[in-house]
Ligand binder design. Structure first.
Ligand code: HEC
Length: 246
């Protein structure tokens, strides 16, 4: 028994040490898909900063408005920044060929990116950009090394440099290991504000990858109530049936 407790404690300590050491590179999104305010803020950031390069071909403006509880006027005035119509898909005018030519690689459609990468990956990706003179566009990313995407949100986050350390493993092979970030230019937001903004943005990507999730979450308590109620009825029935069985 003592052994098991010790093993469990060891496991907890190891996990804590691992996550603490790794926390800057691999952060959790902790987004809340039930918060319409957060989703609206995320949509705003997406329309302003991402839709230029990343379409959402499986999403329509009017669907987003309905799900985020916005009227057509609110949607068209504050979120549709192009000459797109309310019923249109969230497409972009840049073709894949143009994207490939301009950035080396076109930005992919992001409708279901949260399903493909997961929200924590997305969150980490958007906080892990750093300045790198060796890259064509001047940026690099810890989560997606050598990414073709420039740091679009740098004015908010500021500019950070990454420090690496040369590490040699048992076989004598050396590789670079990330040590820390150093802020070289302050952004318009502090770290907490920036992460809150990114969390909202990731929340919007999470919603868009499965809009039905909102409905499912709304129904969940009722389904559970229904199941509990019928379990109770079944129990009463059982008590009744077995009353005369001795
Ligand atoms: C100037 C064009 C441009 C803008 C604006 C832009 N991106 Fe990108 N993005 C790219 C390109 C190009 C890639 C491909 C990177 C690669 O694979 O090397 C990319 C890749 C990505 C990926 C990784 C996809 C994957 O799984 O490989 C994500 C996620 C992403 N962008 C999110 C965003 C978000 C969120 C915004 C808005 C804040 C944004 N992008 C704005 C050009 C852009």
């Amino acid at each position: 028994m003592k052994k098991i407790v010790l093993m469990a404690l060891g496991l907890v300590a190891a996990t804590a040490a691992w996550s603490a050491g790794d926390s800057f590179v691999n952060e959790k999104a902790h987004n809340n898909i039930r918060s319409k305010d957060s989703l609206r803020r995320g949509a705003q950031t997406y329309m302003n900063y991402c839709l230029g390069c990343h379409s959402m071909d499986f999403q329509r403006y009017n669907r987003v408005a309905k799900d985020l509880e916005l009227t057509e006027d609110e949607m068209m005035e504050s979120l549709v920044l192009t000459d797109a119509k309310f019923v249109d898909k969230m497409e972009i005018s840049m073709t894949k060929e143009q994207g490939d030519a301009w950035f080396g690689k076109a930005g992919p459609d992001l409708t279901v990116i949260a399903k493909a990468r997961g929200v924590d990956w997305l969150f980490s990706y958007l906080v892990n950009f750093y300045q790198d003179e060796n890259q064509a566009n001047g940026w690099n990313n810890l989560t997606l090394p050598n990414a073709a995407m420039p740091h679009i949100l740098w004015e908010m986050q500021g500019i950070q440099k990454a420090h690496f350390e040369e590490v040699t493993d048992e076989d004598g092979n050396s590789h670079k290991e990330f040590k820390s970030f150093e802020k070289v230019v302050e952004g318009r937001m502090n770290d907490t504000e920036y992460r809150d903004m990114v969390r909202d943005l990731v929340n919007f990507l999470d919603y868009s990858s499965e809009p039905a999730k909102l409905i499912r979450m709304d129904y969940a308590p009722w389904v559970l109530l229904f199941v509990s109620f019928f379990t109770f009825l079944a129990y009463l029935l059982k008590v009744n049936y077995f009353r005369d069985v001795h």
